[in-house]
Design a protein around this ligand. Structure first.
Ligand code: PRP
Ligand code: URA
Length: 207
């Protein structure tokens, strides 16, 4: 269920993001680009269906092809916003839901403060969040969506650790998880090592 998307463009862009000297403008731009590149891989198994015909300028009639399922992109606020734009650039027709969670600094447990989802019949939902650390936030987001009736849920993160992957898969074993890198470990404050620091602060320049 774990897919590590290994590509030279993603690897080198992620390495630039890890650099402490990369400022918020470059950081946001790189995350945006990586998210678009990862989207290609995340959706490579989607079914395409025939919805009638179209005519080409060369007077040929061919099948009108569309994705079988509607897609909802769900960033976990705040840092997930930094990925959802890149995904949405590849899928302009996708709808966007939002889940607001923050990690309590002492307990590291997720606290929900917002949830707004579009109403779509049987969609594929892609949760976005750059960091999969303890896995508490991602697991909670999946639980919230399941309670609302969503069934087909994938998780797109940039950097994760085994602990976070294990937490998500122990709670939601059917979830496909996509990462650009599986990092070494968490430090005693729950930060990923080597990681890239506080993703939300680096995206929004709130350091
Ligand atoms: C970060 C990150 C994840 C969460 C990951 O969010 O964007 O949502 O921590 O940690 P976990 O796997 O241990 O739950 P944070 O709480 O810092 O909020 P922010 O995005 O608003 O900065
Ligand atoms: N959240 C972050 O933003 N960074 C980490 O390393 C862990 C959680």
């Amino acid at each position: 269920m774990l897919h590590i998307i290994d590509h030279p463009l993603i690897k080198t862009k992620l390495n630039m993001m890890r650099d402490e000297n990369t400022d918020h403008k470059q950081f946001k731009q790189l995350l945006d680009e990586i998210a678009s590149l990862m989207t290609y891989e995340v959706f490579k198994d989607l079914k395409v269906v025939n919805k009638g015909t179209i005519k080409t300028p060369t007077n040929c009639e061919i099948d009108k092809l569309r994705l079988e399922k509607d897609i909802i992109i769900v960033p976990i606020l705040r840092a997930g916003i930094g990925m959802s734009n890149g995904v949405a650039n590849m899928l302009p027709a996708a709808r966007i839901g939002h889940i607001g969670l923050y990690r309590d600094e002492k307990t590291l447990k997720p606290v929900e403060y917002f949830c707004k989802m579009p109403t779509v019949d049987n969609p594929l939902v892609l949760i976005c969040d750059p960091m999969l650390a303890t896995g508490g936030s991602a697991s909670e987001a999946i639980s919230i969506l399941k309670e609302k009736g969503y069934k087909d849920i994938r998780l797109l993160c940039l950097v994760g650790v085994k602990e976070g992957v294990d937490k998500v898969l122990s709670t939601h074993p059917e979830t496909e998880i996509y990462l650009a890198s599986l990092d070494e470990k968490l430090n005693d404050k729950g930060y990923i090592l080597p990681g890239l620091g506080d993703a939300g602060d680096r995206i929004f320049g709130t350091l």
